[in-house]
Design a protein around this ligand. Structure first.
Ligand code: HEM
Length: 464
């Protein structure tokens, strides 16, 4: 694969290179609307079909605007890693700004780099280790709350349960014991605000936030609750640190200037971490429980590992590396059901990628969902097989065919936290229950901000 940028060439050479480029293949789409009907009715099938028919780089239109779909791992690497400065978040994240302000996933360039350097140490493995005790207590309390339902044979919606659980985990990790009374209100406000943000991102037009229509009012109230809770917590944490995630964020100093975060930055990052750090983990766990219910042989092996390593104990951070099969189950779940199934970039200068011209301003979709299920890179891609992640198979594979946490400098900052939390939930849940899908419950996709199950996930529990 050859890639060229045009930063240091003269006009003649530039014109020559542009003339040499080959057309990007792609579906013609319908007059006026392009691929809008396909995108609206079944986005994941549309991306899969485009990839199957046209390959790892394809162009399609939404109304009159051209977009690129990039799924070839070498091209993904070019965009996310080798040439990431040219491919920014840009316009792709604008709708998120109403809630998340200038949170890390919404910014680019030097501002992003400074913020990332400031936040990175808070997500170091040792820091995460110090959060695991609170984390396991929050998880155990939530899971113990299922006992009555299990005894009465009632079903529960795993999607909803995992969403509540992971939100409680991230709120407790962020604020430790400061917010025991406010967890519910904070969770509710966050839910309203984030579903409003999703709704707004799907509208062609929405009334400005000051127009008092019901949706705006509900959002403005939720935002008020969030801000009125988070700002005082930031002030309290500055005065009286307790070694939680918020303290770690506030403690960090820019190496060059010695400055830390302003209150506003801290607010944006706190809300961002709630947003980026709970729904993704919740959906991965929901799909994982579904997969285990369909693959008793995998569940059995997992139970055997948990019982050998833990012997009924609550897992600690040092136990987690010993639960190697559970790590493979998590990796394979994220292959088939990558919570962050779609993200986007905008090219800021003209580039030629493997002979294809990508003009400045092009919006690019990247979707691990499609690469992770492409038979070119994964034999029997639809089969759930955690052994794909044993050392030999990993070594034999191109590492760029798997990117559930993204790749390159924007790689998910919370990936260690997420993996720790997922291993904890998995072990603590399997120690308590046998979890089954309600017979006949329909399974489908509801691709929203994350990859959700279309009809929720109704499951029953058996006390162990
Ligand atoms: C299974 C769980 C998770 C998945 C699948 C996931 C996936 C991702 C992906 C794909 C990206 C890259 C997006 C891009 O390149 O534009 C990302 C970035 C990010 N994630 Fe996660 N994430 C998860 C959990 C978390 C958690 C627990 C946190 C925080 C506590 C978190 C915070 C972030 C942040 C702040 C970024 C932006 C990083 C940057 O731009 O430098 N994520 N995540």
């Amino acid at each position: 694969m050859k890639c060229q940028s045009f930063a240091f060439i003269n006009t003649l050479e530039y014109n020559q290179r542009m003339a040499d480029t080959k057309p990007i293949p792609g579906p013609r789409g319908r007059p006026v609307v392009g691929m809008i009907p396909e995108m609206a009715s079944d986005m994941l099938s549309m991306f899969t079909n485009i990839n199957n028919e046209f390959g790892g780089i394809a162009q399609f239109k939404l109304f009159s605007k051209p977009y690129l779909l990039i799924t070839d791992p070498a091209y993904v690497k070019h965009i996310l890693q080798d040439n990431y400065r040219n491919y920014i978040r840009g316009r792709s994240v604008e709708t998120g700004r109403v809630l998340l302000g200038n949170g890390l996933p919404l910014i680019d360039g030097d501002f992003w780099l400074r913020e990332r350097r400031l936040m990175q140490p808070a997500f170091h493995r040792q820091r995460i280790a110090s959060l695991t005790e609170t984390m396991s207590a929050t998880i155990a309390t939530h899971l113990d709350g299922w006992r009555a339902k299990a005894s009465e044979g009632q079903s529960l919606d795993m999607e909803e349960e995992m969403t509540q659980l992971t939100l409680a985990v991230i709120i407790q990790a962020m604020f430790s014991t400061r917010v025991t009374d406010q967890v519910k209100a904070l969770g509710e406000a966050f839910k309203v605000a984030s579903s409003f943000m999703l709704w707004r991102s799907q509208q062609m037009w929405a009334p400005p936030l000051w127009v008092p229509v019901p949706k705006n009012k509900a959002y403005n109230n939720a935002l008020k609750t969030l801000n009125e809770t988070v700002y005082p917590l930031v002030t309290a944490a500055r005065k009286n640190p307790r070694n939680d995630l918020l303290d770690m964020l506030l403690e960090m100093r820019d190496e060059q200037t010695g400055e830390g975060m302003t209150d506003e930055q801290a607010r944006d990052e706190v809300v961002t971490i709630f947003f980026a750090g709970h729904e993704t983990t919740a959906m991965a766990m929901t799909w994982m429980f579904y997969l285990l219910s369909q693959h008793p042989e995998v569940e059995e092996r997992l139970r055997a590992e948990i019982s050998t390593v833990l012997d009924g104990r609550t897992p600690t951070f040092t136990d987690l590396p010993k639960l190697t099969y559970s790590q493979k189950v998590i990796q394979e779940t994220l292959r088939l059901y990558p919570s962050a199934y779609l993200f986007a970039r905008e090219a800021i200068s003209d580039q030629v990628l493997d002979g294809y011209r990508i003009p400045a301003g092009t919006m690019i979709f990247l979707t691990p969902f499609v690469t992770h299920r492409d038979a070119k890179y994964w034999p029997n891609p639809e089969t759930f097989d955690p052994e794909r992640f044993n050392a030999e198979q990993v070594a034999a594979r191109n590492p760029n065919v798997y990117y559930p946490f993204g790749e390159g400098p924007h790689l998910c900052i919370g990936n260690n936290l997420a993996q720790t939390e997922m291993q904890m939930i998995l072990a603590l849940a399997l120690q308590r229950y046998k979890i089954s899908l309600v017979p006949g419950h329909p399974i489908g996709f509801r691709p929203e901000a994350t990859l959700r199950p279309k009809h929720g996930m109704r499951m029953t529990l058996q006390n162990l």
